[in-house]
Design a protein around this ligand. Structure first.
Ligand SMILES: Nc1nc2c(ncn2[C@@H]2O[C@H](COP(=O)(O)OP(=O)(O)OP(=O)(O)O)[C@@H](O)[C@H]2O)c(=O)[nH]1
Ligand SMILES: [Mg+2]
Length: 229
């Protein structure tokens, strides 16, 4: 009885997850669709120039968990500087490509998986591959088979989404957070999550080009203060 009382009143664990992928694949649009499901897609959305994060409560088969979703900049000049901050304490990554843009898919192997391995302990990170813009079937350049071969190589699951129609958007975030939570429970760290962020529902850091140092040093990490993790 007392155990049950404790479990129902305890705070859900909080996990940091990161959106990665080329500029324009729809990372910001996916997060916006998740956090504001009824708002139409904003086609005039501007490229992310730093880091923004939102928190969202999500369901898993093991109860509710809170996801702190870091929406990152796909543009090289921002991403290079910010990568260490993106990956710090992250537990999961959604690798996003655009099903109508073969280059964005090739970038996953050529660029983003390398960055992941360089900056994070890839084995510890839960990963999900997401092919966005599946509403644009007539312009498709990346087949599901190709994406599934990539998943088999790197050991991850695959979903196609549309931030425009909402298809599979909630499912993608719930799937990744379930894998993250299960990894944590298996490792006996179910209550761990990330600490010190409870008060921050959203936040971020915006860079302009003047803030981006050519040597790739993390100006963001020095200046941020946006995150205690
Ligand atoms: N048709 C369609 N368009 C989409 C979809 N998702 C995003 N878009 C459009 O694609 C463009 C780029 O979307 P963003 O969400 O800004 O892309 P991003 O990955 O955040 O880009 P960066 O911030 O530069 O890294 C916008 O014009 C969106 O409206 C989708 O599922 N379907
Ligand atoms: Mg963006």
């Amino acid at each position: 009885m007392s155990n049950r009382a404790t479990s129902t009143t305890s705070k859900p664990p909080l996990y940091k997850i990161v959106m990665l992928g080329d500029s324009g694949v729809g990372k910001t649009s996916l997060v916006a669709r998740l956090t504001n499901p009824d708002r139409p897609l904003n086609h005039d959305i501007s490229a992310t120039m730093g880091i923004e994060f939102d928190t969202q409560m999500l369901d898993t088969p093991h109860g509710k968990v809170k996801a702190q979703i870091w929406d990152t900049a796909g543009q090289e000049r921002f991403a290079r500087v910010l990568l260490p901050t993106y990956f710090r304490k992250a537990k999961g990554v959604i690798l996003v490509y655009d099903v109508t843009n073969a280059k964005s898919f090739e970038s996953l192997g050529e660029r983003w998986m390398t960055q992941l391995n360089d900056h994070a302990n890839s084995e510890d990170l839960a990963k999900l591959l997401v092919g966005n813009k599946c509403d644009l079937e007539g312009s498709r350049e990346v087949t599901k088979e190709k994406a599934e071969m990539f998943c088999a190589e790197f050991g991850m699951e695959h979903l196609e989404t549309s931030a425009k129609s909402g298809e599979n958007v909630l499912k993608a975030f719930e799937r990744l957070i379930t894998i993250v939570h299960e990894k944590s429970l298996t490792a006996g760290r179910g209550k761990a999550g990330i600490k010190g962020m409870d008060g921050a529902a959203s936040g971020g850091l915006k860079l302009d080009e003047g803030n981006v140092r050519a040597d790739g040093a993390s100006v963001a990490a020095e200046n941020s203060g946006a995150c205690g993790c």
